[in-house]
Design a protein around this ligand. Structure first.
Ligand code: NAG
Ligand code: NAG
Ligand code: NAG
Ligand code: NAG
Length: 486
């Protein structure tokens, strides 16, 4: 512009060489700008509409710091139950409050290493008329709202759990980060016991298994819950009171099979060894069932699980893979980080993915009609029962492969209850195997988007082993055309 103003005015009919030059420059500039704009438009048009919207309005991905836990406990039980919370709590990373009915003494160390402790508001003004339950249910049902009213910043989800619920925080995050926290979400799971779902509701998120409520829904609940509770004095527990208020808000539960209420008695083995293809989010009622690993206390068993597999590869913990030894005609099932089963003979994947009934339902019946899912019986004859190898150790092969290496053993025959005699094992039976070694890549993105995204189980393959007494197995994403069969 400056240059132009210096130029003497020139008649329009006559263009001196310099002016022609300038005109050419402008024309080229015009063409270049048009070209760039056109290309930009083409690029934008080629991106699908949903993606363009996402670029402009999607918030940052949800992280653990966006989640606030509300843990239900009582002064009477906290001393004993805090060992469960200690197992999974990550000081400095997770936010949460343990709600008690009255104050307890806490050591200085606990103040920094555990969720903060608060006393619930007085609930004596609320009516409670259920003859079989306890009125503490009212206090516990108000935990989400009371946690909301603390006014913590940058919260997307409120997660409610009991003091005997253990969470796998990364897996919980994997579930929640796939949902839009700006919507009304109430997510959890049903009871394992069919009658419980009939007595309470199929539409209720069972409190012990834990459930999550998105921020705007917690806000709405906090506004209306105290009036809502007064309309249901006859209900039994805290979770049915929550559900009653959810129904008044018009919100239905989103079921997720990774939350586990575990309304069962006996041995959890069958359920843990055939976990659905979903991240393991929580475990509950661990005081009620037998220890996770036999021959070990409850606490020691859980520590083995959390210090080993959960720390190395939370996503893959308890994920089941099924494969076969074609030559020996064995069926093999790996529940990663927990146990390996070897069955003499071929059982189809559709059988193997059904939990073995090693447990009783909440009403202490072994009847298969008692569950809200399919199960299969433990064979009466020992010859048809699996050999089970429980987790011994878990590590990462940091030097060579960066894969997880887990060892399982010694061999045990699954207990069928009662004595049904011995099996006269043929030499084809896996009675020589003493130890199973499983190699698996770290699958931390298993539940995230992208190619690795699995609602598909991983494949396992029996490898050559130099020792007859050791079975080596490789677990990983199934290859193209790879199926689970012989
Ligand atoms: C709760 O409130 C009731 C009645 O308002 C009162 O009698 C009771 O002492 C209160 N309880 C506590 C623990 O403050
Ligand atoms: C289980 O514990 C008992 C008693 O401590 C012991 O005799 C037995 O060998 C143990 N079994 C296994 C498989 O570790
Ligand atoms: C294993 O992973 C770590 C961290 O991602 C990396 O620094 C290291 O080089 C890897 N080692 C091998 C043998 O691939
Ligand atoms: C076990 O099987 C072998 C070979 O099949 C047979 O010789 C033996 O008599 C059987 N033993 C019993 C106790 O059934």
């Amino acid at each position: 512009m400056k240059e132009e103003s210096k130029q003497p005015p020139s008649p329009s009919s006559f263009l001196p060489p310099r002016a022609t030059h300038r005109l050419l420059k402008y024309a080229m500039l015009c063409i270049a700008v048009t070209y760039i704009l056109y290309t930009l438009m083409l690029i934008l048009l080629s991106i699908p509409k949903s993606a363009t919207i996402a670029i402009s309005s999607r918030p940052k991905p949800t992280s653990l710091t966006h989640i606030v836990f509300g843990i239900a406990s009582s002064a009477k039980l906290w001393g004993k139950r805090k060992s469960y919370v200690k197992l999974w709590w990550r000081p400095g990373l997770l936010r949460g409050v343990v709600w008690l009915d009255r104050p307890v003494a806490i050591s200085k160390r606990e103040v920094s290493s555990m969720p903060s402790i608060r006393i619930s508001g007085n609930t004596s003004r609320f009516r409670y008329t259920n003859k079989r339950g306890r009125r503490s249910a009212i206090r516990i049902s108000r935990i989400v709202a009371e946690t909301f009213r603390l006014g913590l910043s940058d919260v997307r989800w409120f997660v409610m759990g009991d003091d005997d619920t253990v969470f796998l925080p990364e897996n919980l995050l994997a579930v929640l980060s796939r949902l839009d926290h700006r919507e009304f979400y109430y997510i959890g799971s049903q009871s394992e016991s069919h009658l419980q779902n009939i007595f309470f509701s199929h539409g209720m998120a069972y409190g012990g298994g834990g459930f999550a409520i998105s921020y705007p829904l917690a806000a709405a609940l906090s506004k209306m819950q105290d009036r809502c509770i007064q309309r249901y004095p006859e209900l039994y527990g805290s979770d049915d009171r929550i559900q009653a208020c959810m129904a008044e808000l018009g919100v239905q539960v989103t079921h997720h099979s990774g939350f586990h209420q575990y309304d069962i008695h006996g041995n959890l083995f069958g359920l843990l060894a055939a976990h659905p293809v979903a991240p393991l989010v929580s475990l509950h009622h661990l005081d009620v069932v037998t220890p996770v690993f036999p021959n070990e206390t409850r606490a020691a068993g859980l520590r083995r699980l959390f210090d080993g597999p959960v720390r190395l590869d939370s996503s893959a913990t308890m994920q089941q893979s099924i494969c076969y030894d074609r030559e020996k005609m064995w069926t093999i099932s790996v529940s990663w980080g927990f146990a390996v089963q070897i069955v003499s003979g071929i059982l189809s994947p559709r059988e193997m993915e059904k939990p073995l009934r090693t447990f009783l339902n909440w009403h202490r019946k072994a009847d298969y009609t008692g569950y809200a899912f399919n199960t299969r019986p433990v064979a009466r004859t020992p010859c048809l029962r699996p050999f089970v190898f429980y987790l011994q150790l878990a590590r990462i092969d940091a030097k060579k492969t960066n894969r997880t290496v887990t060892h399982y053993g010694p061999r045990r025959l699954l207990d069928g209850g009662g004595s049904n005699g011995d099996c006269n094992w043929t030499d084809k039976a896996p009675t020589m195997i003493e130890k199973v070694v499983v190699s698996k890549p770290i699958q931390s993105s298993m539940w995230k988007g992208g190619l690795n995204r699995t609602p598909r189980r991983s494949c396992c393959r029996v490898q050559k082993s130099q020792r007859k007494t050791t079975m080596r197995i490789d677990v990983g994403i199934c290859g193209e055309d790879e199926i689970i069969g012989i």
